[in-house]
Every structure is written in C-alpha cells, then in structure tokens.
Design a protein around this ligand. Sequence first.
Ligand SMILES: [Zn+2]
Length: 109
Amino acid sequence: MKRIYTAHDPTEAHLVKGLIEADGIEAIVQGEHLFPLRGSLPVTADTNPSVWVVNDMDFDQGRTIAQAYDRGARASQTPAPHWHCPQCGEELEGQFTACWKCGAIRPLA
Ligand SMILES: [Zn+2]
C-alpha cells in the first residue's frame, strides 16, 4: 500500500479517492479519524487525511490522477486578476476591494 495524496480535509480525500476508483484503482482513505483532533495535535502530513492505493503497482497511475486533481484545485484558487482604478488609473492587486490611492471602490467586473 502506498500513499499517493495528502488531503486538506476528509471531503477532499474522498473526492480524490473517488477519482482514482473511477479509473479502476482500488484506493482507501486513511487518517480522517484524526482530523477532528487537529488543533490538539501538531499538523503534519500524518495528521491530515491521506489517500492510498491498495496495490503498489497502481502507484504511478494513482499519483498522476491525484496530481492532476491537485493542479486543478489550485488553479481554481488563483487570486483575482489585477484591476485598474476607474478614478485614478492605479493598478491594484485582485485581493483589494478599494483603491489604496484614492479610496475608490472596486467596480464590479
Ligand atoms: Zn484610485
């Protein structure tokens, strides 16, 4: 048995497990019972829920699926694009909702 993915929470672990099983690979989630204890335990890869392939020979394929999922999940978390203040033209980063220079509120895209 080999670990192919360390999830952020049990929901994500089961999501990845489902993706892998959809490809005909036997997979299990481990460590989810430890999740509610986070906060009292040091947070390491071992206290996060993780996804394992049952058969070692499925490792490469399972890992590829998990990595593809991980890339997709990160892409959907990319910060909002830069925007330009309609009042003074200042370029602002996506996380700001108002212009730091003149105080104008960010217009709705
Ligand atoms: Zn401005």
